[in-house]
Ligand binder design. Structure first.
Ligand code: ATP
Ligand code: MG
Length: 390
């Protein structure tokens, strides 16, 4: 551009100068305005981004608060109910209610929140009865990390060492298919060929992991259905007629798995005031937390174990037996919670299992004397009859 010519043209007449100045300032104003609009748009975008971020953070905060609240509520309920498991809002997986079409006909849990009442002893004898004496295909599942059933069965089958624990793989969800059944279970020929899914301390590691994950709400709580899922694999139905679950005396992850998987359950109890309460509390948990989801879970009966004087009228035990019936019928204030659940009173097994050294020593149906064998056979026959009538 020829700048000299331009300056000369502008300075020749004042009109030209004015026109030039106006044009120049207009250019400046238009430029400024455009710049301003672009800048403002940019700012608007930034504000929008910040608002979205804020909204997301608010959402996360809200969800974190509700998780904390849920954990607090669950913990505060510890005394009276579901405890940290807070099963109230548990969603059931879509396959859950169809599972029984694919499961063995009977999945029988032996359970009570009270320890040392003979759960494991009854589970082991029931296993031997159905496998050896009835020729059924039995799967025994040890759901207690202490591995008492595993040890008792190893003793009964005269094994040199306890079978390798594997149940934690099922409870952990890592063994979802029945395909692995023969790898995970141990066949025990001396006990009528029953198979055992053994437990050991690996189970408590898995249970603790699930408890912590549950507290932090870090994962879906479908983990309580892992055993039900495992048992509903077609291979389990093809290989077994009955599954017997030996629960731990706590609502541990494995016990919950057992209660959500079972079709029926037995509550063994050693008659005493403390034990009587334990039956009511256990049943309350089942009625409130388990049965709304596992509608199949049927109380087969309360089994009286380690009774002091078998059948003696007016004995100490009789008082507790009467008490249990009343508690369940909901007539006593404290157990009013169960009113309506058993209007005719609790189903009790007729055969009582007395406190006998012969029964406590091992699996009485294998190594016990004639008296203990007769008693346990009679108990197992009652279980069989109830299962058949189910
Ligand atoms: N009828 C009985 N007579 C004598 N002793 C028994 C009888 N039943 C079980 N026992 C013994 O009582 C103890 C507890 O029994 P068992 O292990 O079957 O109870 P449990 O309810 O499974 O216990 P836990 O709650 O610890 O799992 C064991 O030493 C067992 O041998
Ligand atoms: Mg036990």
């Amino acid at each position: 551009m020829n700048w000299d010519a331009l300056i000369r043209a502008l300075t020749v007449s004042p009109e030209n100068t004015i026109v030039a100045l106006v044009a120049f300032s207009s250019i400046l104003v238009v430029g400024y305005t455009i710049g301003n609009i672009i800048g403002r748009n940019h700012q608007k975008e930034k504000i929008l981004d910040a608002q979205i971020q804020l909204r997301n953070t608010e959402k996360e905060l809200k969800s974190a608060r509700s998780k904390v609240e849920r954990v607090e509520i669950a913990l505060s309920r510890g005394e009276e109910g579901r405890g940290v498991w807070d099963l109230e809002h548990l969603r059931t997986p879509s396959w859950y209610h169809r599972r029984l079409n694919n499961s063995p006909a009977h999945i029988l849990a032996v359970a009570n929140l009270k320890g040392g009442v003979g759960k494991t002893t009854l589970a082991a004898n029931l296993g031997v009865f159905f496998a050896r004496d009835r020729g059924k295909r039995v799967l025994l599942v040890d759901l207690d990390y202490q591995g008492s059933l595993t040890g008792l069965v190893a003793l009964g089958a005269d094994l040199d060492a306890d079978p390798e624990p594997e149940v934690h793989r099922v409870i952990g969800g890592g063994a979802a298919s029945g395909n692995e059944l023969h790898l995970l279970t141990h066949s025990l020929q001396p006990l009528g060929g029953l198979r055992l899914l053994a437990a050991g301390y690996e189970l408590t590691v898995e249970e603790d992991r699930q408890l912590i994950a549950n507290l932090l709400a870090a994962e879906e709580r479908f983990s309580v259905f892992n055993l039900a899922r495992y048992l509903s694999a077609p291979e389990v139905k093809e290989n077994f007629d009955i599954v017997i679950l030996d629960a731990s005396p706590r609502l541990s992850a494995a016990t919950l798995n057992g209660l959500f998987a079972c079709t029926s359950y037995i509550i063994p109890v050693r008659p005493s005031p403390v034990s009587n309460r334990s039956v009511a509390y256990f049943e309350k948990q089942v009625v409130e937390a388990i049965r709304p989801i596992n509608r199949d879970a049927k109380l087969l009966g309360v089994a009286l174990t380690m009774t002091v004087r078998e059948g003696a009228e007016g004995s100490r035990d009789k008082t507790f037996v009467d008490e249990i019936r009343q508690n369940f019928a909901g007539r006593t204030g404290e157990y009013g919670m169960l009113a309506g659940a058993y209007p005719d009173g609790v189903p009790l097994f007729d055969t009582r299992i007395p406190n006998l050294a012969e029964i406590g020593r091992g699996i009485a149906l294998v190594g016990g004397d004639q008296n203990s064998k007769t008693l346990l056979t009679s108990f197992c026959q009652e279980v069989e009859a109830k299962l058949e009538n189910q």
